[in-house]
Unconditional design. Structure first.
Lengths: 1049, 660
């Protein structure tokens, strides 16, 4: 809003003050320019300026972070200009494929990200900040949980293809070129658009079948140089650690479970006696001697909580500086950042460092030609203990550690079961990764409204990874070192140095032109162009055993026999031609049409090219004259509809048509001539008909703005059909001797909706805002070649069948736990359970016979004949939401951000859930697990427990009968997590002016402060993934508290 | 207009060059049509198949092949063998022996290489190329032999097939087991023809391996058909399920001539090997040497090397060194089978047998193989002391079997610890990698195969049989007069199930041939197949597995341990808690003086003993295989499959065999 004060006279000299509307304080360094000229000035420390101008000139007042204003001079000599912060106004421009568009004219489903979700978040990647920010943009934790260097899994509107031979990831574009958002500096981000439907993403054709995330980075603006520095210091630790039992309870739990299995006790009385003494402080030694060695498990008596032992809280920090500014002809933006993130491993520290440098220069060479150049450099150094990779079992092992396994032996040396030697002394895995992005753009404007663009971009990744294995030692009773095997694959004393190099090159060129024409009420815009991409990848990994000295862990300082671990060389390319036409009448009726003609190197010539069209329509109802009477209540009302078809060429194999011979040098374990022979395997099958997956997308949306745009709402409904989807290979009789190749054999249909609501207002001096978004989708299999509707294939993988809902969980219905043998016998009379297990008795599960044949079974495991199995749940996360609340007052600001899932079922298997599972080496004991069935008059030290949660504990396979997928133990995976809480204070300008500071904010920002969830206590609802082992065996996610400041000079 | 035209021309040009731009072929992998053309290709492809031969699996924490016989009456593990317990074996949903992956693997090679060999299109030494083709015939025979044992009747698949439903259905048709066995013998003849006497690389197959396997397969089929004759488990027998299939309705068989054919083949093939290979004089060294390259008796062995990256080693030695555990132990039945050194059975008059109250007495004057195979107190286990309970001057000795130790993997459930494979090298001690060679094929089997086939054919022993038998005994350093043994044998005093075929006792001569085989190949994994082909499990009813005599004297080793020889060591007292008490760790004294490992805890599935169901002589075929071969795709009429189920089993997931 602008207030203009008239003072009599028509002078040439105009002076004025620019102030911040909210803070009522001067804005320093704001640019004042006379439109259409190069004349301009900037405000001084008091926000004052003076400029010569004539009447009818237009002054353009702009400043970073504020809405730019234009003031037409009508004879004033003194101006007071109030700048308001650049909030999401409706006239904002949205970045779309190969251009921008006024939001008001948008007809596709495009969501923009509120930059606030990125600000001052103590996270390591942009993707972590985006979780929950945009409805329909789904981010989930990767299998390795919070381990450093992990990227989140991303999809838009759910899985569109199911990862059998093809991928359905969104295309991520940074300044128009494919890039990695995980190592981008969040401070460089200017704008993020998420293109969700076919009409908005089809301009990218086959690369964008499952949506696009477009990230635009900041660029310089003409004006005085701005220097911005911000930092934060963080302290983070695990969100959730299981409560491991103490040794005494653990020993008794294991002993009882072992007896129930039919075995004998694991811990004898003598050991249990020692455990009690040790816990009571009457004994100092953690174990006893076993000959010359120490006992390290069933005779040991330490009392260690291994989870707490292995994970700790750690400090990290981040610094960021940027400079920007420029003149009318040339503008620059440059930034640098440094992140030093420490992981939560207490032993064998883990660390991630990232360095970013950016330079962006925009020049207007002359009236017709602009030239822009954009470079980014990202380096990260990831330093982990080698045991996280080479043994690969750490999280599996931590779960399996018994509390009595000694942390240190009585002489003070680490003992073997804690894997401490491996972590601390076993060697490091250091990844050094450089990303270089270089982009150049030439824009020619031959006529008004006509632009021609020529762009070239290149992204180079060079990574070297140095891994070394050091010999490790345990110690005998006399303190003599004994070489210890690092893992099953290495003999004691083994060492090696390994170097792996990879190099990937991505090249892209685009040439396109657009032409805009406004004829009275008719607006036309046309775009046509072409684009090519090429990707080339090389990798080499070599190693040499027998490192001479652990201090020089290099191949050149090793003496063993050389080995090449891997060598790869591959490439792909795409080419596409595209066009777009926009038409709108009076900004009321909008039409858009896109077409893309795309070719991919992954298909043979006859299958290679395809046309992907899309259309969309929109109607700005609120601009109609009949709407006038209520236009002060409803400012925007825009229904829109779109349809489009896209192709997915993202097959896992770059050459899916070529049958290649797998040959492994030194691959054999059957030694010949004294060494490992080269081996070759039998080739599988290749489909001769593989082609594009075709995605048909229909979107209906509505935008609503009300009450002076204080309330903004958007709703979307979509149907996405994936035809010719590459599904799981169909079953075939075993006689074929191999599985069928992946082919386009399935059709999938996703249906879903998204709602976003934003409210923004002020009460007195308090500005506040609230945002809420909610989304949901369900995917159904329309067709799949599985005539007998089998539920699982021979390896237990889920098969599709017509009409199946993706994510469904089949299981039994649980009656309960039998409290006595009599009760079980009575139950079995009408619910014969002999087909799913034997020796049923008190404490075992009673399953319900659902089909009335008095026998409980799974029939033949088909959807037609499934016996007593039924669909008991669905593991697709439903109703994902994000909720943000914020307010500011006199420089103080508070922001909260919640994210969650309202409905989800999860079946959790394995010992982290069950406790007693596959024998003593595969079982765990947490305090929750003690709630297992113990009969009346039990000899157990824990006493009877007839109303237990868990059935009778068996240390071994006899318990499997009680662990069938069933209703009783199905977990509720819904959760709400406070992702971020921020409290900040911006110092009043008046104070800062003296120090020549434009802005200074200090803040406290916390991540993952608390979580509300119904899932079993030992699990984090976001990190239940299996990671090759059973559920929950992963690196815990972290909660973080940080302190930071943000200063602008 | 001009501009538009220009644009179209540019576009068209771009499109043409685009197709070149988009033509990408694999850069780092060999297409299949450029492979299997040279000697080294053939060698590499075939090397990939060796892993399936029985041997100590690298990296596995167990006692390797020496625990395979836990599946029989020779040895026992902490947990019973569930296939001997009723109600524990069910028709699986999927998987099982009805698997053709490896067969396809071999057929691919033969389809490609044989024509290339015959047309002279292979590079390299021709003899070597032939050898590798021979290996493939050997492997196909070996895979088919495992199918024959597991399932009996089986499809004979010599080529690649296509994936269309009808082809799959057609190819899935089972052929009667005698045809399958003949097909295996044919392949072994081809293998023998192509392979060399000395392989192109060490630790690879030779033509004599083919002859040895041929005698094994032929003997298996000959004796199977002989002893299972008259059951549904032999083609053409009463209730044979193949008779219900159209495609086998004209099948007929002269079973006796088939039996003769196979036994004759077995005998001839065995002789090729037996006459060529002498027995090694040092029996234990066959199992505990680092290398067997200069051991005359060994046809094929597997080598290990812990210094490679990743290491290729096993952990067999460590388990034995650790007080003789490893989750296995000899049964009382096994220990009783050993003769005296003088050739007499233990119960014979004047045999000199001292009873089995102590370790000393049970071993005194017995067949030396008893001591080669069993650890006795006072024996040196290790030249180091890691994780061994009885140490003198840093050396580890055996004192008592770990019968009550908590962990199954370190237990000896019977009290008689297996010694086969023991070397006292401290570097291969508990938890450390072992690299002892693993014997895969040795000539003694040919000797025994010959003797058995000879006797089964003629009910008498020819001169060769006598010669071979004496050679086996002489090598074991015991009395060679087998006739003395035969004469003194009283089957009613033997515990061995192999004294029966079906429910009939066999002749004392045949029984002694079987006894010789049991002793010679103890812990080498042949036993269960022998019991099956002899139909010797029928009488396993209410059978309690027993170990050593615990309650007469041996219990004192646990309750009041006294180091012998006297040494400055303290042995921990181990409380023996009899079955019936909480935390019981041994069976009750009142029940038997012998340790009964499955009668300690009433929760044990074999608490009431082992009971064999004849239907388990053949495995069931998993349900899915029928579902995927029904007459109409997706039909629930599973009986319309081209596959038929084995006798006594149903086409129904999780169903039990008849009689369980």
């Amino acid at each position: 809003m602008v207030s203009i004060f008239h003072i009599y006279a028509q002078q040439q000299n105009i002076s004025g003050t620019v102030i911040d509307k909210n803070l009522n304080e001067p804005v320093i360094g704001a640019s004042i320019q006379i439109k259409g000229t190069t004349n301009g000035t900037i405000t001084d420390l008091d926000g004052k300026f003076a400029i010569n101008a004539s009447k009818d000139d237009i002054l353009v007042i702009s400043y970073i972070g504020y809405t730019t204003q234009e003031i037409k001079l009508t004879g004033q000599s003194s101006l007071k200009i109030e700048l308001s912060e650049d909030t999401q106004a409706l006239d904002e421009v949205v970045v779309v494929g190969f251009g921008t568009q006024k939001k008001v004219n948008l007809t596709g489903a495009v969501a923009t990200v509120d930059k606030k979700v990125l600000a001052s978040r103590p996270v390591t990647s942009v993707s972590q900040s985006l979780q929950g920010a945009v409805p329909g943009l789904n981010l989930s934790t990767a299998d390795l949980g919070g381990q450093l260097g992990q990227n989140m899994n991303v999809n838009i509107r759910g899985t569109g293809t199911i990862g059998k031979g093809s991928k359905g990831e969104p295309l991520i574009l940074i300044d128009g070129m494919e890039g990695n958002m995980n190592n981008l500096n969040p401070e460089d981000v200017e704008n993020i658009s998420v293109l969700k439907d076919a009409s908005s993403s089809s301009i990218y054709g086959s690369r964008a079948a499952f949506g696009v995330i477009m990230i635009t980075t900041k660029k310089g603006k003409a004006g005085k140089m701005q220097i911005n520095y911000n930092n934060n210091v963080r302290y983070s630790g695990p969100t959730n650690l299981p409560n491991q039992l103490d040794s005494y309870r653990f020993a008794n739990f294991f002993n009882e479970a072992s007896i129930n299995q039919g075995g004998s006790v694991i811990f004898d009385e003598e050991t249990i006696g020692r455990i009690q003494k040790y816990m009571a402080g009457e004994l100092a030694a953690t174990t006893i001697a076993n000959g010359n060695n120490w006992h390290f498990h069933e005779k040991a008596n330490d009392n260690v909580n291994w989870w707490k032992k292995h994970f700790q809280w750690a400090w990290s920090n981040e610094h960021n500086i940027s400079l920007s500014g420029g003149t009318e002809k040339i503008q620059y933006y440059a930034s640098g950042s440094y992140l030093n993130q420490n992981g939560n491993l207490r032993y064998g520290e883990d660390n991630y460092k990232r360095y970013n440098a950016t330079a962006k220069v925009n020049t207007q060479i002359n009236k017709y030609v602009d030239f822009n150049i954009n470079t980014k450099f990202v380096r990260f150094d990831l330093d982990n203990p080698i045991y996280l990779e080479e043994g690969g079992l750490l999280y599996h092992d931590i779960a399996r550690m018994w509390p009595m396994m000694p942390f240190k032996d009585p002489n003070g040396y680490y003992m073997r079961n804690g894997k401490l030697n491996q972590l601390v002394d076993g060697g490091r895995s250091k990844t050094h990764n450089d990303n270089i992005y270089m982009q150049g753009q030439l824009v020619v404007h031959p006529l008004k409204g006509w632009n021609i663009y020529a762009e070239a971009g290149m992204r180079i990744i060079n990574q070297n990874k140095q891994t070394n294995l050091n010999p490790i030692y345990e110690h005998d009773v006399n303190g003599n070192p004994l070489a210890l095997a690092f893992s099953g694959s290495y003999s004691p004393g083994a060492s090696f140095a390994r170097a792996a190099y990879l190099n990937s090159n991505f090249y892209t060129t685009s040439v396109y032109t657009d032409y805009t024409l406004q004829l009275k009420d008719h607006y036309f815009k046309a775009l046509i162009g072409m684009n090519t991409e090429e990707y080339v990848y090389r990798e080499l990994s070599a190693q040499r055993p027998d490192v001479i000295s652990s201090l020089v862990p290099e191949i050149s300082a090793s003496t063993g026999e050389d080995k090449i671990n891997s060598s790869k060389y591959n490439d792909w390319s795409t080419a596409g031609f595209f066009g777009r036409i926009n038409y709108s009448y009076k900004d009321r009726y909008m039409v858009e049409m896109n077409v893309r003609y795309d070719g991919s190197s992954r298909f043979l010539r006859d299958q290679r090219w395809n046309v992907f069209p899309s259309f969309s329509l929109g109607w700005n109802v609120a601009r109609e004259s009949f709407f006038e009477p209520i236009s002060n209540i409803i400012n925007t009302l825009k229904p829109r509809v779109s349809w489009g078809m896209l192709g997915n060429q993202n097959t896992d194999s770059y050459y899916p048509f070529y049958l290649t011979q797998s040959v492994t040098a030194n691959g054999g374990n059957w030694l010949m001539n004294g060494g490992k022979p080269t081996t070759a395997g039998v080739p599988g099958m290749v489909s001769s008909t593989l082609t594009w997956e075709k995605i048909y997308n229909t979107n209906i949306g509505i935008d609503l703005g009300m009450l002076d745009n204080r309330l903004n709402a958007t709703a979307e409904y979509f149907i996405r059909r994936t035809k010719d989807m590459v599904g799981p290979a169909a079953e075939v009789g075993a006689i074929l001797g191999t599985s069928l190749p992946n082919t386009n054999n399935a059709e999938l249909k996703n249906k879903g909706w998204e709602i976003q609501l934003n409210w923004r207002d002020q009460i007195g001096k308090v500005n506040y805002n609230a945002g809420f978004n909610l989304s949901d989708y369900r995917a159904k299999v329309i067709s799949y070649p599985n005539a007998s509707k089998a539920l699982w294939d021979a390896d237990g993988n889920t098969l599709y069948y017509d009409g199946m809902t993706i994510g469904e969980i089949w299981g039994y219905e649980t009656e309960g736990i039998a409290k006595s043998d009599e009760q079980m016998t009575e139950w079995l009379a009408n619910n014969d359970q002999s087909k799913i297990g034997s020796a049923w008795g008190a404490g075992d599960i009673m399953y319900r016979d659902l089909n009335g044949d008095k026998v409980v079974d799974s029939g033949n495991s088909t959807a037609i004949d499934h016996g007593d199995l039924k669909v008991i749940g669905n593991n697709t996360p439903r109703f994902r939401f994000g909720l943000s609340l914020g307010a500011d007052w006199k420089g103080f600001d508070v922001q909260m951000f919640f994210q969650g899932v309202m409905k989800r079922d999860i079946w959790l298997g394995g010992p982290m859930f069950w406790g007693a599972d596959g024998g003593e080496w595969q079982s765990v004991g947490f305090s929750e697990h003690l709630d297992y069935f113990r009969p009346e008059n039990t000899a157990s030290v824990f006493g009877a427990n007839l109303d237990s949660y868990y059935p009778k504990a068996y240390l071994g396979d006899k318990g499997n009968k009680n662990k069938k997928t069933q209703t009783r133990y199905l977990q509720n995976g819904a959760y709400m997590r406070m992702k971020n809480l921020q409290i900040g204070y911006t110092f009043p300008r008046a104070w800062m002016n003296k120090a020549n500071i434009q802005k200074l904010r200090i803040y406290v920002s916390a991540e993952n402060l608390f979580t509300i969830s119904g899932i079993a206590d030992m699990f984090d609802p976001e990190a239940t993934a299996a990671n090759g082992f059973s559920n929950g065996k992963t690196y815990p996610l972290s909660k973080t508290i940080s302190f930071g400041l943000n200063i602008t000079l | 207009m001009k501009k538009n035209l220009l644009y179209i021309i540019t576009l068209a040009g771009a499109l043409c060059s685009c197709n070149d731009f988009l033509d990408k072929e694999p850069l780092d992998a060999v297409p299949t049509d450029k492979y299997l053309l040279t000697e080294s290709d053939l060698a590499a492809y075939s090397a990939n198949l060796y892993d399936q031969l029985p041997s100590h699996t690298p990296g596995q924490y167990n006692m390797g092949v020496f625990v395979t016989d836990n599946n029989s009456d020779n040895q026992a593990a902490s947990n019973p063998n569930s296939s001997f317990v009723k109600g524990e074996t069910r028709v699986a949903q999927s998987g099982g022996a009805w698997d053709f992956g490896k067969i396809r693997n071999v057929n691919y090679f033969i389809d490609k290489v044989r024509p290339r060999l015959e047309n002279g299109k292979l590079n390299g030494t021709e003899a070597n190329n032939k050898h590798y083709l021979g290996e493939m015939y050997f492997f196909r025979a070996y895979i088919y032999y495992t199918k024959l044992v597991a399932l009996g009747d089986f499809p004979i698949l010599k080529n690649w097939i296509t994936e269309d439903y009808e082809t799959v259905r057609e190819a899935s048709k089972r052929r009667p087991r005698n045809e399958v066995a003949r097909f295996i013998l044919q392949d072994l003849d081809s293998a023998y023809y192509y392979m060399k006497e000395t392989p192109p690389m060490t630790n690879r197959l030779t033509k004599d391996c083919a002859a040895l396997l041929k005698s094994r397969v032929a003997l298996f089929e000959g004796t199977w058909e002989k002893y299972h004759k008259g059951t549904a488990r032999v083609p053409g027998g009463p209730g044979w399920p193949g008779a219900n299939k159209d495609y086998l309705k004209d099948f007929s068989i002269d079973i006796d001539s088939e039996i003769r054919f196979f036994l004759t083949e077995a005998k001839e093939a065995a002789q090729i090997v037996a006459d060529k290979y002498s027995l090694s004089s040092d029996y234990p060294s066959l199992f505990n040497s680092q290398s067997l390259s200069s051991t005359s008796e060994v046809l094929l062995w597997r080598a290990y090397d812990a210094s490679l990256t990743p290491a290729v080693n096993h952990f067999v030695v460590g388990y034995i060194q650790r007080n003789g555990g490893g989750n296995t132990g000899w049964t009382r039945s096994m220990m009783q089978s050993y003769l005296m050194e003088n050739g007499l059975p233990i119960y014979a008059n004047n045999s000199g047998y001292q009873g089995d109250k102590t370790y000393e007495s049970v071993a005194a004057d017995r067949d030396p193989r008893l001591e080669y195979n069993t650890i006795l107190p006072g024996e040196l286990l290790s030249e180091g002391g890691s994780n061994i309970e009885y140490l003198v001057n840093g050396y580890g000795y055996y004192y008592r079997a770990p019968i009550v130790l908590g962990q199954n993997e370190n237990k000896c459930p019977t009290g008689y610890s297996v010694k086969k494979g023991l070397t006292t090298d401290a570097a291969q001690g508990p938890t450390l990698p072992s690299t002892t060679a693993c014997v895969v094929f040795r000539a003694a089997e040919a000797y025994l195969n010959y003797m058995e086939a000879d006797y089964e054919l003629s009910n008498s022993l020819d001169a060769n049989s006598g010669k071979y038998w004496r050679a086996l005994r002489a090598r074991a350093n015991m009395d060679t007069d087998f006739q003395k043994t035969i004469n003194a044998t009283d089957l009613s005093k033997e515990l061995d199930f192999a004294r029966y075929s079906g429910s009939e006792l066999v002749s004392t001569t045949l029984y002694n041939i079987r006894r010789e085989r049991r002793i010679e190949f103890a812990a080498e994994g042949l036993r269960l197949n022998d019991l099956k082909r002899w139909r010797a499990l029928d009488m396993m009813q209410g059978y309690q597995v027993e170990g050593f005599d615990l309650w007469s004297e041996n219990y004192a080793r646990y309750t009041t341990p006294t180091p012998t020889p006297a040494a400055d060591v303290t042995l921990s007292v181990v409380n023996l808690i009899e079955s019936g008490n909480t935390n019981a760790n041994v069976s009750a004294k009142s029940e038997s003086q012998y340790l009964r490992p499955y009668r300690i805890n009433t929760n044990n599935i074999a608490y009431n003993g082992y009971n064999w169901n004849q239907n388990k002589y053949l495995n069931p075929i998993a349900f899915d295989h029928f579902r995927l071969t029904t007459e109409t795709e997706g039909s629930t009429d599973y009986a319309s499959s081209t596959i038929y189920q084995n006798p006594g089993w149903k086409i129904e997931t999780s169903s039990l065999p008849e009689g369980d």
